[in-house]
Design a protein around this ligand. Structure first.
Ligand SMILES: *[C@@H]1O[C@H](CO)[C@@H](O)[C@H](O)[C@H]1NC(C)=O
Length: 346
């Protein structure tokens, strides 16, 4: 279970969070190690074939092209596990002493929070890459002080993590959707948004696309954030540690609503958030191996997915109209200069 430490650092509505987990030894570097091995295994001859041209830059370009093509084929031949949700099958309620419930034959999960405790659940499976959708309906009414966290995380002191967190508010005042990306234990990459609808009135779909090139956060199929793999610039990217899905509903009234000014009104308790329609198109990691094997399969386009121009426009629309905090714009917070990934035009 993650223990969240929250320090209020700046007046302008933002918070720094870090999840602490017990260190558990975990195999790393799976993906980067696996690709060249597999590639060489399948294409040893092709790798050695030399084009007839003696122009060396042409030769290396051809090699790069060939690598890309074979890499694409290899990726496309993955078999990923698709899981269309049953909460009994896919999740365990991990804490809250009965406050988390699986209902309707596994179609619905609810978490609740009262003065004594919150509650939480986690996926049975661990994943190394995936496209993971969940529908959430958040605590309605006066939800000030409550926080609903929904995230992927690995274990250990250099963990990776991809976060959605929903910060409640007084009736009629807007929730904040808080996002963050940790790689190898380093986060500090908060982006916060208002939503363009009332997230307590209905279920809405919150998705994480996580593949070797990028992480895309989406709400009802509208991308709100993209975190690209920029290892080439020396920015660590989550790609070697499998992650579980976690969610929890808890009291965060020391910082969540208007920076901690508005406290939880316990006369409104219990507070309840609901989940349904979990869907994972993902590589399940178990016993040191990935379910994504080399059997032919064409349903894994998500492993190479990127934002097309229509989705890039949607992303811009969200960032222009609904973004309320971006760490990359917070020059006061980073007096020694913005993090490297901020200056790369993404
Ligand atoms: C709550 O409402 C206030 C007033 O509209 C707003 O400033 C704040 O961003 C909202 N959300 C949270 C989580 O504080």
């Amino acid at each position: 279970m993650s223990v969240w430490l929250c320090t209020f650092v700046k007046p302008n509505n933002w918070l720094q969070m870090s999840g602490l987990d017990l260190p558990i030894p975990f195999p790393t570097r799976l993906h980067s190690a696996l690709i060249p091995y597999k590639y060489q295994l399948q294409h040893p001859k092709k790798l050695q074939t030399k084009p007839t041209s003696s122009n060396s830059s042409f030769t290396s370009q051809t090699k790069i092209m060939a690598s890309l093509i074979f890499f694409s084929f290899w990726i496309a031949s993955f078999v990923a596990a698709t899981s269309a949700g049953n909460f009994y099958q896919d999740f365990d309620i991990t804490w809250g002493d009965g406050r988390g419930k699986i209902l309707n034959n596994g179609d619905l999960l609810t978490l609740s929070l009262d003065k004594a405790s919150g509650s939480g659940f986690q996926s049975k499976n661990e994943f190394l890459f995936g496209k993971i959708d969940m529908q959430l309906k958040l605590v309605p009414g006066n939800s000030a002080g409550t926080a609903t966290a929904y995230y992927l995380s690995s274990k250990g002191s250099t963990w990776d993590e991809i976060d959605f967190e929903f910060l409640g508010n007084l009736s009629g005042d807007p929730y904040i959707l808080h996002t963050n990306v940790f790689s190898q234990g380093k986060g500090n990459r908060e982006e916060q948004f208002y939503l363009w609808f009332d997230p307590t009135a209905d279920f809405h779909t919150y998705s994480i696309l996580w593949n070797p090139q990028r992480i895309i956060f989406s709400v009802d199929d509208t991308p709100i954030r993209e975190f690209k793999n920029m290892e080439s610039m020396g920015v660590a990217y989550p790609k070697n540690q499998a992650m579980r899905i976690y969610s929890s509903l808890w009291n965060a009234d020391d910082w969540a609503t208007r920076g901690g000014l508005v406290k939880t009104d316990w006369s409104q308790a219990p507070f309840t958030a609901s989940y349904r329609n979990f869907n994972a198109n993902a590589c399940v990691w178990s016993n040191g191996a990935s379910s994504c094997t080399s059997t032919k399969n064409s349903s894994n386009a998500w492993l190479l997915q990127e934002l097309d121009s229509a989705n890039q426009e949607k992303l811009k629309w969200v960032q222009k109209n609904y973004m309320i905090y971006n760490y990359c714009g917070d020059t006061k917070r980073f007096p020694g200069g913005l993090p490297k990934e901020c200056n790369s035009g993404f």
